[in-house]
Write a protein that binds this ligand. Structure first.
Ligand SMILES: [Zn+2]
Length: 618
């Protein structure tokens, strides 16, 4: 989940230079002098009246914010681990209380007034105030009717989405059954019927989405953002154009690899279904309903048998050991007492949310995770992913990081650490060191790489940076008329993914709305693309500069230096611009260089496999 929970701290106004405590007093004064010389904000002293006014304001806001988040997280935790109408109602009440505080007009006006005098404020204060506005922008009570209308429309949309009854050949079918059929069926007519059934919900969701587009844009305008997409990318300190350009750059860099992968998969699938090789891949040939991942095609990388004898408890503790080996602390006892890590026992009446998540309940030391760990490699990786979030929470829970800034440097950093930990957990040398793979296990490195590349790796970028990002920018930032929504969607699927629908999709349908995020996490999906790119970049640095092992096959375990590298990024929370944090840690801007290099051996293999085949779909 997107970690949107924040914790409490003593609001010390000193110690603004992260990492400075390592310095001797002499060095510290030299370093401060250097910083003062180069940082215009640092000329403001903490004693001017505006800074004092901001300090008093933020002390109150931070402590109330932390209290509200704690209340809301506890209520949401109960609602997620024991789904009952009573818990749902309590959770809704707590969310309303939090929203009333965060969007309070007095709070917004004071924040804006202080930001008008930003030259008199230090940089940490400015970051806190800007974060306050971003939080407020989701529900600015300067326009209560608009906010109420938006909440009502979102509740209605969620209810349509969650309650939608899919039908196959006239009979009700669950989403799990749809996914299982797309995993297993080799009958193309059946696959097409299942795929088409999976698109039925879009029709029911279209009217609600049109309404939500306008309400969300209205909410963003209330705080002077041009539209809702612009508001979301402001969390990165970027404009819509900059974000779209960044994502286009990802696709530009990865396109040669994608074309090779696309060709190989298209030939593989044509053989599987005994069909002539098409130009574009028909969407119903792929297991995933949106072709966002192309799993199930790499042979020789299935680790399922090796996890059969490992208990779920062993899996959870192995993720903690991974981090302790990097020099991180043991998790507090309360984590193990309060978390909900295993499936509900058969026969129990309790219902829980089965989606894995990590929680920073009080923005301090109350850390929890919700999982349903079973004995297989997927849960082994997921446990490592979730513990990545947990240790990020621990990293920035410090007096120097005020509760408002106890979050990832940008939304993608949090997901990126989870994904990085999950990538490290799947590497053969680590699995051998744990005794999961036998010491003499012969690793098919190409199969491992192909497996990574197909899911979530490379096609995911063309889905997230390409289709999702462009389409949402069109409807929110460019007000694309609703009678062109489906046409534009499929134009992007054809152009970016090289995939086409099995039959014409007219405006009667609204295929984008079948994707949950389009309804409930709008204008956010590029964050997942950035998290992938970030993951490879960090792994590349660790492998080459710290471990001196190949990035495709290395072992992070028990390396204090890897831990130091993690901590350097984690401890800062959002107190610094993410571009600076990344540059300081890796010496690089955000870039696909590492991702392209990671797959270089696979690229060579694909080029050999594809010799003589037409590449691409033009
Ligand atoms: Zn995550």
């Amino acid at each position: 989940m997107a970690p949107r929970r924040y914790g409490f701290a003593k609001l010390g106004r000193t110690g603004r230079f992260p990492g400075m405590s390592k310095f001797t007093p002499l060095l510290r004064s030299v370093a401060v002098a250097v910083l003062l010389g180069f940082a215009p904000w640092a000329r403001a002293t903490d004693t001017n009246p505006t800074q004092e006014r901001a300090d008093r304001f933020l002390a109150l806001v931070n402590s109330t914010y932390q209290a509200m988040i704690t209340l809301e997280s506890n209520a949401q935790w109960d609602a997620s681990t024991d789904v009952t109408p009573v818990h749902d109602a309590a959770s809704e009440t707590a969310s309303k209380a939090r929203a009333a505080f965060v969007g309070n007009p007095t709070l917004i006006n004071e924040t804006k007034a202080l930001l008008l005098k930003r030259h008199e404020l230090n940089s940490l204060t400015i970051r806190e105030l800007e974060q306050l506005l971003l939080n407020a922008a989701e529900g600015p009570m300067t326009n209560p009717k608009l906010v109420a209308d938006r909440i009502a429309a979102e509740v209605a949309q969620a209810s349509t989405l969650n309650g939608f009854e899919f039908k196959l050949h006239g009979k009700p079918v669950t989403v799990n059954e749809i996914d299982n059929l797309l995993q297993s069926s080799t009958d193309l007519a059946e696959r097409q019927a299942v795929w088409e059934a999976s698109k039925d919900s879009g029709k029911a969701l279209k009217a609600g989405l049109i309404k939500l587009r306008d309400l969300r844009n209205g909410v963003a305008k209330e705080l002077d953002y041009p539209d809702y997409f612009a508001l979301q990318v402001a969390g990165y300190g970027m404009t819509t154009d900059e974000m779209v350009k960044l994502n286009d750059q990802f696709m530009h860099d990865l396109r040669p690899l994608y074309l090779q992968l696309h060709t190989w998969v298209k030939y593989k699938l044509a053989e599987k279904y005994h069909q002539p090789v098409p130009k574009r891949i028909p969407a119903h040939w792929i297991n995933n309903r949106w072709s966002q991942e192309w799993d199930g095609l790499a042979e020789g990388a299935d680790l399922t048998p090796f996890f059969k004898d490992r208990s779920p408890d062993w899996i959870a503790h192995s993720a903690e050991k991974f981090y302790m080996g990097l020099g991180f602390p043991k998790l507090p006892d309360s984590f193990w007492v309060k978390s909900d890590l295993y499936p509900v026992p058969a026969g129990s009446a309790r219902k829980k949310n089965t989606h894995a998540s990590a929680w920073h309940v009080d923005l301090a030391n109350d850390l929890r995770s919700l999982q349903s760990i079973e004995s297989n490699p997927e849960w082994f990786k997921t446990a490592h992913h979730e513990f990545g979030h947990i240790y990020y929470f621990i990293g920035y829970t410090r007096d120097d990081v005020p509760p408002l800034l106890r979050t990832g440097a940008n939304p993608a950093f949090h997901e990126g650490f989870g994904e990085l930990t999950s990538l490290a957990a799947g590497m053969a040398p680590y699995l051998k060191s744990l005794g999961i793979l036998p010491a003499d296990f012969k690793v098919d490195e190409n199969a491992f790489l192909l497996n990574d590349a197909l899911a979530p790796g490379v096609p995911f970028i063309f889905w997230s940076s390409g289709v999702m990002t462009h389409w949402e920018a069109d409807i929110y930032a460019k007000d694309l008329p609703a009678d062109q929504w489906n046409k534009r969607w499929w134009q992007y699927v054809r152009d970016f993914q090289g995939v086409e629908p099995p039959s014409e999709r007219s405006e009667e349908w609204c295929d984008p709305a079948t994707k949950t995020h389009i309804n409930d996490t709008p204008c956010y999906y590029y964050s997942y693309a950035i998290a992938q790119v970030f993951k490879y970049q960090l792994n590349d640095y660790i492998a080459k500069h710290i471990l001196h092992q190949p990035p495709q096959s290395c072992n992070y375990s028990n390396s204090q230096e890897v831990g130091d590298f993690f901590r350097k990024i984690m401890v800062q929370g959002k107190t610094e611009d993410w571009r600076k944090i990344l540059k300081d840690a890796t010496g690089e801007e955000l870039s696909t260089r590492a991702m392209v290099e990671y797959y270089a051996p696979l690229m060579k293999w694909l080029q050999e496999q594809n010799k003589g085949r037409p590449i691409g779909w033009e």
